[in-house]
Design a protein around this ligand. Structure first.
Ligand code: ADP
Ligand code: ADP
Length: 237
């Protein structure tokens, strides 16, 4: 399925305030789709409609369609727990739990019923390797996640998201709180991850969108005003 995510005519309301109007977007599988635009134009709101995180905010309303693998996630009786398992999320500020590095990554699998220590070890190792963090932390998995650097914490949050086997990863300005070196590592990682995942990333940086995305959508006050292949939008050589 080429279009992993297909959004059609999406409107979104916080009570009476319409935050998104008529949004259409397709996010192809195994590509990085960047959402850019000024602060307050609806990028985070839009991202949160893709895994129904907005359901957690009272008074919100969605109209239109969000299809993931061809299935409308706003249909009645949708299994939201299963949806969020399929769609991992990473936020602007690294937010590891105040627990060990190991327990952060094992959290999701445990919550979904993985009990065997061998299986948990395997998932933790694989997830940390995929998040390009294993080499830096494998000898201190029992240490607190709060003790590692911000960039490492963000890669840990990515590992935590990967551990439940999603196929889509939503990232909301994942490098805004990081220094340039840590940012470069996350950007490199995003490019690696797209081999196995579909990635939608909110960024306020056009340069970042140009560097790492395949497809770019510009938001302006709740609407997508332009979208297309990144090399066309930025005339990248
Ligand atoms: P962006 O991510 O582009 O900065 P947001 O999606 O955070 O934009 O916000 C879009 C608009 O929706 C803004 O006007 C913002 O104030 C409003 N908004 C965001 N979250 C809420 C909320 N929980 N309740 C009410 N309004 C909100
Ligand atoms: P960002 O700049 O990352 O989009 P903001 O600083 O605008 O985030 O918002 C931070 C949090 O406050 C978000 O969870 C957002 O949903 C919420 N928020 C933003 N605007 C409003 C609003 N007008 N009313 C209530 N909550 C809001």
């Amino acid at each position: 399925n080429l279009n992993k995510i297909l959004v059609e005519d999406l409107d979104f309301y916080y009570d009476d305030f319409q935050a998104l109007e008529n949004v259409d977007l397709k996010a192809p599988a195994n590509q990085v789709t960047a959402l850019i635009g000024p602060s307050g134009c609806g990028k985070s709101t839009f991202l949160r409609t893709l895994n129904r995180m907005n359901d957690l905010i009272e008074g919100t309303k969605v109209e239109g369609k969000v299809l993931i693998d061809g299935e409308n996630i706003y249909q009645e009786n949708l299994d939201v727990v299963n949806l969020r398992k399929k769609i991992g999320m990473v936020f602007q500020d690294p937010n590891p739990f105040p627990k060990s590095i190991y327990d952060n990554v094992a959290y999701g699998p445990r919550a979904h019923g993985v009990k065997s220590p061998e299986e948990l070890d395997r998932v933790v190792e694989k997830s940390l390797k995929r998040a390009a963090l294993w080499d830096e932390v494998h000898d201190r998995l029992d240490k607190s996640a709060i003790g590692i650097s911000g960039g490492q914490q963000q890669r840990l949050c990515i590992a935590r998201a990967l551990a439940v086997n999603p196929d889509v990863i939503l990232m909301d300005e994942p490098t805004s709180a990081l220094d340039p070196v840590a940012t470069a590592k996350i950007e490199e990682l995003v490019e690696e991850l797209k081999e196995n995942y579909t990635i939608v990333i909110v960024t306020h940086s056009m340069q970042q969108a140009a560097r790492i995305s395949d497809y770019t959508a510009f938001f302006l006050t709740g609407e997508i005003v332009e979208a297309g292949p990144t090399e066309k939008i930025f005339e990248r050589p």
